[in-house]
Ligand binder design. Structure first.
Ligand code: URA
Length: 486
């Protein structure tokens, strides 16, 4: 229960309510009290809000007293979803006026339900600014936090990171780090508090200091090597880089020490890359696990920067058949595995019917992150551009170099482009072998998502039944060719 305290005595402005929230990011607490105050018709100017450590905190204020009880027939407050979403972010801001601002907006929304649509309103602009800043801070923590490894008393490794967020975003980011690093033991230390994950339970700890975290370890060399090899001189814009990765984060990022040198050498490397006509990210990864961790950190195109998790390929390391799709979909992104959604099920059914063992194939995608547009609450697939496919080509080529399949099956135009380096017509090129530069055989067919979109209108030309039969013919030809190659 969050106590509300009578602040001062007698008349305004000393009279009113002081609300002490349990934590600086206590959205639920704020909402509960705000609803009660609103229903009791307490106007914003009579409420003062505090949170631990905030400027509004008043250590000498009077003892707690219960909140005012609203009349039984007081209406429930009305709020728009836009307000709730913005409030959940804005409340994490360090601005001590945020709680009061939110309550004032909530109060005003009761008589003006479309207030949030008024972009010129000073309160709306203020909350929008706070929410944006918080979202940026959340992103920066996800992008710039670096773990150092330490050995624990039981001999196991723990990854420890020091980070200085600008706002109260630690808890808001906890779920993402748990999902990303479920298998590891890790701790994130910040001046506002700490998170400790032991593989099963997440614990919170008190504020920490920089000296509580290790300052260097052997993984730093790896980070530096990785950064140097993925640094793309062709995309270097120093101003934009500094805006995206402000210098204040550099001290915790081992790879940042390389930046001045890499910037200096950027032009020469760019010239070499232009000559070579391709996107080269340095040395190829030495294992599929390295590809997986490198794509997770890849931010070389807009899709890689959209906050989704990369989906690596899966299958035997020395598979004879490599199947390449376009990009992970919504379900694949959530599960971190390729082709497990509806298109994947259709693909697996046809592979099965035509005698191709999907478990013996290495299954991957031309593009490693999920590109989508929000439609309401749904993430709708969007096709990658040729430039995005070409950028991601480095990774699928790295997988190919490691797996060394005898035959590659490209599903759809994006996969065909990734393999050939140019756009071709799937309908013209399907169902027959092509040769890649190193002699590997490439076969092209349609993408199963295309089949899913077709109308099932009997056996008419262009209808789903006919197209699925053609797809199966292509797969049968691949199965036969694989037998020959064996
Ligand atoms: N479509 C693809 O191209 N790949 C997947 O992994 C899923 C759907």
């Amino acid at each position: 229960m969050i106590p509300a305290r009578d602040h001062g005595s007698g008349s305004a402005p000393g009279s009113g309510w002081v609300v002490s929230l349990a934590a600086p990011d206590d959205f639920d607490g704020w909402r509960e009290v705000a609803r009660q105050l609103l229903r009791a018709a307490i106007p914003p100017e009579q409420v003062r809000w505090e949170a631990p450590g905030g400027e509004g905190a008043d250590l000498f204020a009077a003892a707690a007293r219960p909140l005012p009880v609203p009349p039984a027939d007081a209406p429930q407050p009305r709020v728009s979803r836009a307000f709730v979403q913005m409030a959940q972010s804005a409340i994490l801001h360090g601005d001590s006026a945020r709680f009061a601002l939110l309550y004032r907006l909530l109060w005003r929304l009761q008589s003006c339900p479309r207030l949030m649509e008024d972009a010129a309103d000073p309160d709306v602009r203020h909350i929008d600014r706070l929410a944006r800043t918080v979202r940026r801070d959340i992103h920066k923590m996800r992008a710039f936090l670096r773990f150092r490894v330490v050995e624990e008393a039981d001999g196991q490794e723990r990854y420890v990171a020091w980070f200085e967020p600008e706002h109260h975003i630690l808890r808001a980011n906890a779920g993402v780090f748990v999902r990303r690093f479920t298998q590891m033991r890790w701790s994130i230390l910040t001046p506002q508090g700490a998170l400790h994950w032991d593989g099963e339970i997440l614990r919170e700890g008190p504020p920490a200091q920089r000296s509580d975290a290790p300052s260097g370890d052997p993984t730093e060399d790896l980070w530096r090597k990785y950064y140097a090899s993925t640094f793309n001189p062709a995309r270097l814009k120093v101003g934009a880089m500094l805006k995206e990765m402000p210098r204040k984060y550099w001290k915790n990022m081992p790879e940042a020490a390389l930046i001045p040198e890499l910037v200096a050498g950027a032009q020469a490397r760019e010239a070499r890359m232009v000559e070579a006509g391709s996107q080269a990210f340095g040395e190829r990864p030495a294992s599929l696990a390295e590809v997986a961790s490198a794509i997770a950190a890849c931010r070389r195109c807009a899709i890689g920067c959209n906050g989704t998790s990369a989906v690596p390929g899966e299958g035997p390391r020395k598979a004879r058949l490599m199947i390449v799709g376009e990009q992970p979909g919504d379900m694949e992104e959530q599960a971190g595995r390729p082709f497990i959604g509806p298109a994947g099920q259709l693909l697996r059914a046809h592979l099965n019917d035509t005698g191709l063992d999907v478990n013996a194939a290495y299954v991957t995608n031309a593009v490693k992150h999920f590109k989508f547009a929000m439609t309401g609450k749904r993430r709708l697939h969007q096709s990658p551009t040729a430039g995005e496919i070409d950028t991601c080509r480095w990774w699928v080529e790295s997988e190919r170099a490691l797996v060394q399949p005898r035959l590659i099956l490209a599903l759809g135009a994006s996969a065909a482009r990734a393999m050939l380096g140019r756009t071709v017509s799937v309908q013209k090129e399907r169902g027959r072998p092509h040769r890649l530069e190193d002699g590997t055989e490439l076969w092209i067919t349609t993408h199963p998502s295309y089949l899913l979109r077709l109308k099932d209108d009997g056996r008419q030309e262009g209808g789903r039944q006919i197209e699925e039969a053609r797809f199966r013919d292509d797969l049968r030809a691949v199965a036969a060719r694989l037998r020959e190659l064996a």
